[in-house]
Ligand binder design. Structure first.
Ligand code: SAH
Ligand code: SF4
Length: 392
């Protein structure tokens, strides 16, 4: 088995700087195959898996039921380490934002948002994004590379580390954990890194893996129709769509992916997403951009457009970032827009901004840190802007 098959310039590095292969992110079968290279029997793979995903081991030395020489061998060739924390910010409302440094130095954001009994981790899927949605700060950062399955899982595992939620901490049962939900809503378009995201989410959902039910995982996409279908069939996690406009003309203007997958195709894929019901609905995200997409007529057009799809609309006040050219709609405009949707029979909650005091939209912690680094090392060249990794 080649652990670095399909590698291209947008792939995660196959090893860390010391040449060690990450074991996090391998399927149980792959882990068995890797250990079989060293003539180790299946039960050893089961033990290692248990240490990684149940006990939260961060090094092989702590794997007490493995022989010492085996622990040394694993430590020499493989890694189960977490990314380094390049920055951490805690908001007065409990939100924690981490900037994690991957083994090649790429920076990735993960944000934990506590909300009553629920605690949601917002996970990134790529460094940067190939898409260029006009209102999105990540869209201004060229795609550097896809995250590997291990790097997606490492965000969740780091959060469990930081929150003390492995068995020796609070994690004896899911109900006791603060981290209950995952949203693939950080940097990047998860469906343009589908294979790695799927591999990571399968381990998240696996009862023998991280054990987070598919009902507690939401994948947000700008609307990559073929992979929405695939995601429905293979993962069937909750689906969120970044919609942001009620007609093709405006949507194509602010979200260029709409030229490739226009509204009718997108909404058909949503309508046919497996397992939808009154209790399991698609979430449409709608960012409120002043004088762009926020009129009463546009609210009525949206209500008409979504007719027949079991859904709710999350209304998101625009998170302003310098140079975006957009403003957030006024509170009474947002209320009026939401009221029209509610009168038409939709749930249309307005999302409370969280972590305002630490920073604003996703992507900004990273940008602030890159700016600070540039100020310290002005001679370093800017990141190369690669051609899109996918057929965006
Ligand atoms: N690429 C995926 C997931 C990441 S973006 C997607 O587009 O769905 C996560 C969400 O944040 C999306 O709904 C996106 O439209 C929204 N978003 C991006 N920039 C924003 C901003 N400045 N203010 C508010 N929401 C924003
Ligand atoms: Fe990429 Fe999503 Fe931002 Fe669009 S909204 S640029 S798809 S991260």
């Amino acid at each position: 088995m080649s652990l670095s098959s399909h590698a291209d310039r947008f792939s995660a590095p196959p090893t860390d700087a010391e040449g060690r292969i990450p074991l996090i992110g391998l399927t149980a079968e792959e882990l068995k195959e890797v250990l079989a290279i060293h003539k180790l029997p299946c039960f050893r793979a089961k033990q290692v898996w248990h240490w990684i995903y149940h006990r939260g081991a961060r090094d092989f030395e702590s794997m007490g039921n493995l022989p010492k020489d085996l622990r040394a061998l694993l430590a020499e060739k493989y890694s189960i380490a977490r990314p380094k924390v390049a920055a951490e910010q805690k908001s007065s409302d409990g939100t924690i934002k981490w900037l994690l440094s991957m083994t090649d130095g790429q920076l990735v954001e993960a944000v934990f948002i506590p909300d009553g009994r629920r605690g949601t981790l917002c996970v990134s899927s790529q460094v940067g994004c190939t898409l260029t949605c006009k209102f999105c700060h990540t869209g201004t950062q060229p795609l550097v590379r896809n995250l590997g399955p291990h790097e997606i899982l490492q965000q969740v595992m780091h959060a469990r580390d930081a929150l003390g939620e492995w068995p020796e901490g609070k994690g004896a049962g899911n109900e006791k954990r603060d981290l209950t939900n995952i949203v693939m809503m950080g940097m990047g378009e998860p469906l343009y890194n589908y294979d790695n995201v799927a591999k990571a989410l399968k381990i998240c959902m696996d009862e023998k893996g991280l054990g987070i039910s598919k009902r507690r995982i939401t994948l947000s996409t700008s609307g990559v129709v073929p992979q929405i279908v695939q995601c429905g069939e293979e993962l069937n996690v909750n689906l969120a769509i970044s919609l942001h406009a009620p007609d093709d003309k405006l949507r194509s203007e602010i979200m260029p992916i709409n030229n490739k997958y226009p509204l009718q195709e997108l909404l058909d894929a949503c309508r046919n997403y497996p397992g939808l019901s009154d209790v399991r609905r698609v979430t449409f995200e709608y960012v409120m951009l002043k004088d762009v997409n926020d009129s009463d007529d546009q609210a009525r057009a949206l209500a008409k457009l979504l007719r027949g799809i079991p859904c709710k609309v999350n209304i998101i006040p625009f998170n302003i970032w310098p140079g975006s050219g957009y403003e957030c709609s006024a509170p009474d405009r947002i209320d009026s827009f939401a009221r029209i949707l509610e009168q038409a029979g939709y749930d249309a909650p307005v999302r409370r901004p969280r972590g305002r005091d630490i920073l604003a939209a996703c992507g900004q912690l990273k940008s602030a840190s890159v700016r600070a680094k540039k100020a310290r090392h002005p001679e370093e060249p800017a990141a190369e802007a690669p051609a899109p990794a996918t057929e965006a």
